[in-house]
Design a protein. Structure first.
Length: 361
């Protein structure tokens, strides 16, 4: 079904609706136009659902969604996508499923969306990610091998883009060992490319195979001595495990000279100073990292240093902001548990003002 450009047909008020409802309104308007177009052609012997029937189902689904009946709306959209193979309907079903934490239905709708719009990078990314999440590694491997062959035939630039996406996809895998196996089986003779070496190292770090992680990072550093992220990753790993701190500091210093404003590297430098028993020296680096990127992990590190320095109010403010960014962050949760700070206690006091890094010592 052809859906025409329709953004200007919606009243301005429609664009203040939540994104999922707004998309439904856009889709509904487009299908109304399709009804008019179909009617102008006269009766059809086509066995597909009539445009009028489709519009009715879309309208019923959107009304169900507004009334909180998310499952009804999803089921209707998914059924409609299966019968029409329409890209816009399948996309809508996919987004509803993702919003409702229904990954299998999202994958089913995503596959239909991708078949209808094979050029859609977003549809491809969603299907890839869901196949990785749900463990459909064989299906994913076959499509990746096919795309790898095409990228290789198209030249180095396309191949580099493909491997960047493969690295990002592998990093999302819930099972690091299976993600490594997938990456290596797709990369084949290219598995020692820099971006893939780094990704494999980080996957081994997630599975706590530090020996293999170190081997890969050192191989990457030997290949690219100025690879700031590899230097930082190895140094931070030592610091976080409270091991080989002098070497950790040298590695992180090298990374910081290469990328002096990188918040992750600044955080690592602060953390290695903290591990060396120098919390006051750690603060400037952690404040600088926090100012640039106040995510949950950096918040955990800065908050812990402030807590040790008996600056509890500031520490709690930092922890609170970290939780607001990522309530489930493992590093932050572990930090609070280790310090004996109840998450409930962190969130109970209203935050009066954000921490001002300019006032740091």
């Amino acid at each position: 079904m052809l859906l025409v450009e329709k953004t200007q047909l919606l009243p301005a008020k429609a664009w203040s609706m939540p994104p999922l409802l707004r998309q439904g309104a856009v889709l509904f308007v487009g299908l109304c136009l399709a009804v008019a177009a179909q009617a102008s052609k006269g009766p059809s012997a086509n066995t597909e659902p009539s445009p009028a029937s489709i519009v009715f189902q879309i309208l019923a689904s959107e009304l169900a969604l507004q009334q909180g009946e998310h499952g009804v709306a999803l089921a209707t959209y998914l059924s409609l996508a299966q019968r029409t193979n329409d890209a816009a309907v399948a996309e809508r079903a996919c987004r509803l499923a993702l919003n409702g934490r229904a990954p299998r239905q999202a994958l089913e709708a995503g596959v239909i969306w991708l078949k209808a719009r094979p050029e859609s990078a977003e549809a491809q990314d969603i299907v890839d990610s869901l196949q990785m999440l749900l463990g459909f590694h064989n299906d994913l491997r076959q499509t990746l091998l096919s795309r790898r062959a095409k990228a290789q035939a198209d030249g180095e630039a396309k191949l580099a883009t493909f491997y960047d996406r493969l690295a990002a996809l592998s990093s999302k895998g819930p099972d690091p060992a299976k993600a490594v196996a997938l990456l290596e089986s797709v990369a084949l003779e290219h598995s020692n490319r820099s971006e893939l070496l780094y990704t494999r190292a980080m996957l081994y770090e997630r599975s706590r195979n530090f020996e293999q992680m170190e081997l890969l990072l050192r191989s990457l550093i030997a290949k690219e001595p100025d690879h700031a992220h590899a230097l930082n990753a190895l140094g931070y790993s030592f610091a976080d495990r409270n091991e080989r701190l002098p070497e950790a500091k040298v590695l992180i210093e090298q990374a910081l000279r290469l990328q002096p404003n990188d918040p992750h590297i600044l955080d690592s430098m602060g953390w290695v100073y903290f591990r060396k028993g120098m919390p006051k020296d750690a603060l400037p680096f952690l404040y600088s990292a926090y100012e640039r990127q106040p995510d949950a992990e950096i918040s955990a590190h800065l908050g812990e240093v402030l807590w040790q320095l008996s600056r509890a109010d500031e520490a709690l403010a930092v922890f609170r902001l970290g939780l607001s960014h990522d309530p489930q962050n493992a590093v932050l949760r572990e930090t609070l548990a280790r310090l004996g700070i109840a998450r409930k206690a962190v969130l109970s006091d209203p935050l009066t003002e954000a921490l001002d890094p300019s006032g740091s010592p």
